[in-house]
Write a protein that binds this ligand. Structure first.
Ligand SMILES: *[C@@H]1O[C@H](CO)[C@@H](O)[C@H](O)[C@H]1NC(C)=O
Ligand SMILES: *[C@@H]1O[C@H](CO)[C@@H](O)[C@H](O)[C@H]1NC(C)=O
Length: 209
């Protein structure tokens, strides 16, 4: 089937791309003694996207990050549920409720360039602001070749991973830059599980484990 061939071609293309990134990219390595052990006051919620119906072989999920603190938060997108490559990096996993197997995902490892001077501007494109006691959300589409969801199958979706950088504006002072050492928090996150069915009576894409 076309979908299978497309899947393989795209995987190969992505592998080539990843190889290039590996050559030119810089790994993000944040010494653990530089990061704060304070917890990250962000909750991650997944919900079905209702304003628009899902199309065949794909799922749209609404991803909501809720700031449960009374301070403004700055979040580094990288590896978070709001990573612009979220469908490709496996931050959301899809498990078939029937077979218990995980839907294949590209599981790309993306290398990001750390700012040479060790801090982000608060206006950096990689930074998301979440106002105090407020939330941000994004509707994200998950489909081939990033994630292989089979038509007619029911999945349980869950977001899980590591916050790579979170800054909580609790100093009472104006923040201009976000330092990768000073006051940056890291930590784990896990969302709720949301169960949904990928619509489609017809033939599903040909997939192999
Ligand atoms: C963190 O550890 C590195 C390497 O072990 C060391 O060079 C650095 O001085 C430490 N930084 C702090 C703030 O302790
Ligand atoms: C951070 O908090 C301070 C004090 O509440 C506030 O004046 C400031 O606008 C906040 N945001 C930034 C980006 O500094």
């Amino acid at each position: 089937m076309v979908s299978n061939r497309t899947f393989i071609t795209t995987v190969v293309a992505f592998l080539a791309f990843t190889a290039i990134c590996l050559i030119y990219g810089d790994f993000v390595t944040i010494p653990s003694n530089m990061t704060s052990s304070l917890s990250v006051p962000i909750e991650v919620t997944l919900s079905p996207e209702t304003s628009e119906r899902s199309i065949l072989g794909s799922a749209k999920l609404c991803i909501t990050l809720t700031n449960i603190s009374p301070y403004e938060i700055f979040l580094l997108r990288w590896s978070s549920p709001l990573d612009l490559s979220a469908p490709s990096i496996g931050v959301v996993t899809f498990t078939s409720t029937k077979t218990g197997t995980k839907a294949p995902c590209l599981d790309m490892k993306i290398n990001h360039r750390v700012p040479p001077d060790g801090h982000f501007s608060i206006d950096d494109q990689s930074i998301v602001r979440i106002p105090a006691n407020d939330k941000v959300d994004a509707v994200v589409e998950f489909k081939e070749p990033k994630v292989a969801l089979v038509k007619g199958e029911e999945y349980s979706a869950k977001a899980e991973g590591t916050w790579m950088g979170v800054w909580v504006n609790e100093s009472g002072q104006k923040v201009e830059k976000l330092s990768m050492g000073d006051g940056m928090r890291t930590g784990e996150f896990a969302s709720n599980k949301v169960v949904f069915k990928v619509p489609g009576e017809g033939e599903g894409p040909e997939l192999r484990e």
